[in-house]
Design a protein around this ligand. Structure first.
Ligand code: GLA
Length: 763
């Protein structure tokens, strides 16, 4: 039986001297005491997380929700993964860690052993977690276990190089609700000289060997974010990466791996993970000849060097990992729950997103007091709760050529400051939000004229502009102080409830000439640390202010920024049909409760596609609803439609934002149809949205088979938009709705339906 341990253990590698018959003992025990499966204690998936250390086998076991994670110290002193997957029974045997002998004299054991965190040394050729160059030229690093400590839901493991005083502290946490693990590493220099860290990853996740793995990941570009990719894994290495200084749009730091050639939404084991870092990052997915898969993630080694002085330490980002036995749908639901209950700033008591209005698509940069007030009146009339003024209100901002950096209110557009507009918004019963892009500067600005040295640059080299702007070097203490100062002032002087925090370009020429030569590459880390610091301090000082992370659309969405912001802007593309697949992709990794979705004008600027106002609303109501249309062009009928749908959205928003998402029909691959269902956390209601691109050959809309209902409970159906194909059935069991399904009669082009199922209270 494993022993419980809550204390800490440290010292020498005494376990290494244990004789090999320990292994046999485990095996014998298992055979001798094998008991009928039904008699084995059930995993208690609702119990708090448990972390146990078995001293005799030198193994660590973490259990939470439906997940077990087990690793041990092998006879060489390496930390070796033993199991990660569906929760095992408490009494199930755990084999000891034992370094793999390799299949031949040509394969070193170090490469065949699934290590939790490996230094580059001792013949390692797979991706190392840590690579160091010492001042004497030595580049060999072999990390062995030296200590551990267990406290509450956290386990800390100490590793040390076999001869040098390089210590690594590995941190493991497991979330009791979802079984999602958070892992990170701290590298400490306890030698007497500085050394250079050339690669620092947070963790390696080892998956069981299997030859039919499929990898899902998310790629994109501006206005075309969140494309879900599915590709078979083969021996070799696949790299997901951002080198742009921020999270990036090309690939998002999320992955999911599942077995089987035809993975579906609801069945099968899925291992997934996401990085909590908003700077350049890398995730390596490496499969060896024996189909063992390792996933290693953290800072990208590209253009990376970190000089660590004696006594200093370097922390890696968090690399989260989870497992679901309920397919990719189950994996997304776990991640959504984890994000809302454990990551966002207000977790676990997050407020629902208010319905907001944003002026960007209506006015562009052409904002002024009278026009904004007129829009605010119209927005309030349909039930909007938050009015947000976008770009154009500050400095000499007439278009995107000038003004960034000068965060004073433009006196021509707002002669009396922001107060009259804010008061007006408040008098209409809404709170007020504002767009900012504080990390950037236009060369045509007072700030840049005064401080040309404040931007990322290499002396004597061109300063490449993107959207006519340069990136302020937030790693510099003076820049950090300036950015914090202007935002603090803005929030202190004005009653602002919300900031849309934008970040609209990639890095170029990432130089930091003011820093000592050997520290200049630290700009990648220090920039993001200071960004996080500014956000944290602002939140501390202005706790009522909510923040949206926007980056030319969805280019800065990750679990790092999510700790400090309340919602995400997934894409500048607001075409309601394109949004179906953009939003679908987003929700593989991030909760619909974080996903802002605006109703905008028709025809939409993106594709010149015309759609009804009802279709646009239903598309946006799958996430956190906003309106971004030019309300000056709306007809009385449009206002009536909007008022009805906003009210209906408010009634179901807790289920959509906070419930469990089931993808009933995927919009991907050119599908004519798509449908989602959200089930309330307490199961009292399900909300379904169904969309038709265009009818062909009179084909009927596919039957919708609901999921996640209580099979024996009775639910009544309410159609809010669209028609059921059989209006005679109003009440039926969960089983009926899940197995008989619901028919909706959708015909034509860009049609949509919206209905709810309400659970009846048993008498
Ligand atoms: C970015 C954002 C948009 C808008 C503009 C303003 O493109 O993604 O929503 O705020 O900036 O310049």
């Amino acid at each position: 039986m494993p022993t419980q341990s809550t204390g800490s253990h440290s010292g020498t590698n005494a376990h290494l001297r244990r004789p090999v018959h320990c292994l046999l003992r485990i095996a014998t025990l298992y055979v001798t005491f094998t008991i009928a499966p039904s008699a084995l204690a059930q995993p208690n998936t609702s119990a708090p997380a448990q972390i146990r250390y078995d001293e005799s086998a030198h193994t660590f076991r973490m259990d939470a929700a439906d997940v077990s994670y087990i690793f041990g110290v092998n006879q060489s002193g390496e930390l070796q993964t033993l199991y990660w997957g569906k929760r095992l029974r408490p009494d199930d045997p755990v084999s000891e860690a034992h370094a793999d002998g390799g299949s031949s004299a040509f394969d070193l054991p170090v490469n065949a052993t699934p290590q939790e965190f490996a230094g580059w040394g001792g013949g390692l050729v797979v991706v190392p977690d840590l690579k160091i160059t010492f001042p004497d030229g030595n580049r060999d690093l072999v990390l062995h276990y030296v200590s551990h400590a267990i406290r509450n839901n956290a386990l800390t493991i100490g590793l040390k190089d076999i001869s040098r005083d390089v210590f690594v502290e590995l941190k493991y946490e497991i979330d009791s609700e979802t079984g999602v693990l958070g892992r990170s590493a701290r590298v400490e220099n306890r030698t007497h000289e500085p050394f250079t860290i050339e690669e620092a990853f947070a963790a390696t996740w080892n998956l069981p060997a299997r030859s039919d793995y499929q990898l899902r990941y998310l790629t994109g570009r501006w206005a075309g974010e969140w494309n879900l990719q599915l590709s078979a894994l083969h021996p070799g290495k696949l790299v997901l990466e951002s080198r742009r200084g921020s999270t990036g749009v090309e690939v998002n730091p999320w992955f999911a791996i599942e077995g089987g050639s035809q993975p579906d939404q609801n069945t099968g084991g899925v291992w997934f993970g996401a990085l909590g870092w908003s700077g350049s990052w890398q995730i390596n997915i490496e499969e060896d000849w024996a189909n063992r898969v390792r996933v290693t993630g953290g800072y990208t080694p590209f253009d990376f060097a970190y000089e660590l002085s004696p006594g200093q330490s370097l922390d890696t980002p968090q690399f989260y990992g989870g497992y679901s036995s309920a397919g990719i749908g189950g994996a997304s639901r776990l991640l959504h729950r984890f994000e809302l209950d454990s990551i966002v700033p207000e977790a676990p008591h997050r407020r629902l997103r208010p319905v907001l209005y944003n002026s960007w698509e209506a006015t562009g940069f052409d904002v002024n007091e009278a026009a904004q007030e007129a829009l605010a009146e119209k927005a309030a009339s349909v039930g909007v709760e938050r009015f947000v003024m976008d770009d154009g209100w500050f400095g000499e901002r007439k278009d995107d050529h000038a003004g960034l950096g000068d965060w004073y209110v433009n006196p021509q557009k707002f002669p009396y400051g922001l107060k009259p507009l804010i008061d007006k918004v408040h008098s209409l019963g809404m709170d007020f939000g504002l767009w900012v892009e504080p990390e950037m500067v236009n060369p045509d600005s007072d700030l840049y004229r005064k401080h040309p040295d404040w931007v990322l640059n290499f002396p004597g080299r061109p300063r490449t502009e993107g959207r006519n702007q340069l990136v302020l070097n937030l790693a510099r203490p003076d820049v950090r102080a300036y950015v914090y100062g202007v935002l603090d002032k803005l929030l202190s002087e004005n009653d602002i409830a919300f900031l849309k925090w934008d970040y609209n370009r990639n890095w170029s020429e990432p130089g930091w000439p003011a820093a000592p030569l050997d520290e200049q590459k630290e700009v990648y880390l220090k920039y993001v640390q200071n960004l996080y610091g500014i956000l944290a301090e602002l939140r501390e000082k202005h706790p009522h202010v909510e923040i949206e992370s926007c980056s030319g659309g969805g280019a800065r969405v990750d679990l790092g920024i999510l700790r400090l912001t309340d919602e995400m802007w997934p894409s500048d593309n607001t075409d309601p049909f394109d949004r179906l697949s953009i939003q679908d992709g987003f929700t593989y990794a991030y909760s619909p409760g974080l996903m802002m979705a605006w109703v905008t004008d028709s025809p939409n600027w993106m594709n010149n596609r015309s759609t009804s106002l009802e279709y646009r609303f239903l598309s946006s109501m799958q996430g956190s609803l906003g309106i971004g249309a030019n309300l000056n062009k709306w007809t009385p009928e449009d206002f009536a439609t909007a008022k009805k749908l906003v009210a209906e959205y408010k009634a179901i928003r807790a289920t959509v934002q906070d419930g469990s998402l089931y993808r009933l029909i995927s919009p991907l691959g050119g599908s004519e149809y798509s449908a989602t269902e959200s089930v309330a956390r307490d199961g009292h209601e399900a909300v379904v949205f169904a969309f038709l691109h265009s009818s062909q050959e009179g084909r009927l809309y596919p039957q919708l088979y609901l999921r996640g209902l209580d099979p024996g409970a009775v639910y009544s159906i309410h159609m809010h938009a669209g028609q059921p194909s059989d209006s005679t059935v109003q009440r039926a069991s969960g089983d009926y709705w899940m197995h008989h399904g619901v028919g909706v009669s959708l015909r034509g082009d860009f049609q949509a339906a919206f209905f709810t199922l309400e659970r009846e209270v048993a008498q």
